[in-house]
Design a protein around this ligand. Structure first.
Ligand SMILES: C[S@@+](CC[C@H](N)C(=O)[O-])C[C@H]1O[C@@H](n2cnc3c(N)ncnc32)[C@H](O)[C@@H]1O
Length: 249
């Protein structure tokens, strides 16, 4: 399934399953200090939660995405420009952008180095690429320990830190920084987690084949149903990778 079709189908439920505006604002606060002066192009802007967070911090943001339904949701929360476009062929002039940002989007491009070459083309000298990537991690509680079992069974992600670094360097970008940084805080009860797993709204399950997902779902649900206090919220602080690179002047 191509990415546009996949996210067209997810648009209505995406925010509830992926942290929504709370994640967007916290992610924006983590990204903002690393941006070069000027505006931001967010590639794979999705439902606009991060773009709205960056706009609230005073940044001018232009969002692009291959999925029109995701952009339709973004338009309900974000006043900036939104364009249907492919990150592999950005409809912008050479050296026309100050920053290019990807939040859980770079790994979905068919070729990370090719996507970053395209970012480098549209960036002005001294402009920056900021990437949030990799699976979020949190201190363990009883829910997180079960979630880790799902994570452990997923196929390897393409956006491991070394791979993102290598792609940035292959695109001619100079590395500025790479590390784990806060991404969002969540509160979840076993009951809500059971609903997400049952409806396959957990990203890890969506990356597994339907046969493999069916195999892992039942044992996970059995463990979740056995947890005490199914309506008690567990709070987690999640982090994921931040990579910052610059187009040499
Ligand atoms: C996991 S979502 C992340 C959305 C948003 N950045 C966020 O953090 O909520 C990935 C987004 O990238 C978009 N996408 C996937 N491949 C793309 C491509 N080649 N060009 C532009 N957008 C793409 C999808 O349609 C989707 O909206």
């Amino acid at each position: 399934m191509n990415q546009s079709v996949k996210f067209d189908k997810l648009a209505a439920t995406y925010d509830a399953a992926r942290g929504g505006e709370g994640r967007g604002h916290m992610t924006a606060a983590t990204i903002s200090p690393h941006l070069a002066p000027g505006s931001v192009l967010e590639v794979g802007v999705g439902t606009g939660v991060v773009a709205a967070g960056l706009a609230a911090l005073g940044h001018t943001v232009h969002g692009v995405d291959v999925s029109r339904p995701m952009l339709d949701v973004a338009a309900t929360r974000f006043d900036g420009e939104l364009t249907v476009a492919d990150g592999m062929a950005l409809p912008f002039d050479d050296a026309s952008q100050d920053n290019v940002v990807y939040v859980h989007a770079l790994h979905l491009m068919p070729d990370m180095a090719g996507a970053l070459k395209e970012a480098a083309r549209v960036l002005r000298p001294g402009g920056r690429v900021v990437v949030r990537h990799g699976d979020p991690v949190s201190e363990p509680d009883d829910l997180v320990l079960i979630l880790r079992q799902v994570q452990a069974r997923q196929p390897d992600r393409p956006d491991a830190p070394d791979a993102v670094r290598a792609a940035a360097e292959a695109a001619g970008l100079r590395m500025c920084e790479q590390g784990m940084r806060p991404e969002y805080e969540s509160g979840m009860t076993p009951e809500t987690f059971i609903a997400l797993i049952t409806n396959r709204q957990v990203p890890f399950l969506q990356r597994l084949s339907p046969e493999r997902a069916a195999e892992v779902v039942e044992p996970i649900l059995a463990q979740l149903r056995a947890l005490p206090d199914p309506r008690r919220e567990r709070r987690q602080s999640w982090s994921c990778w931040l990579t910052v690179a610059e187009k040499p002047a």
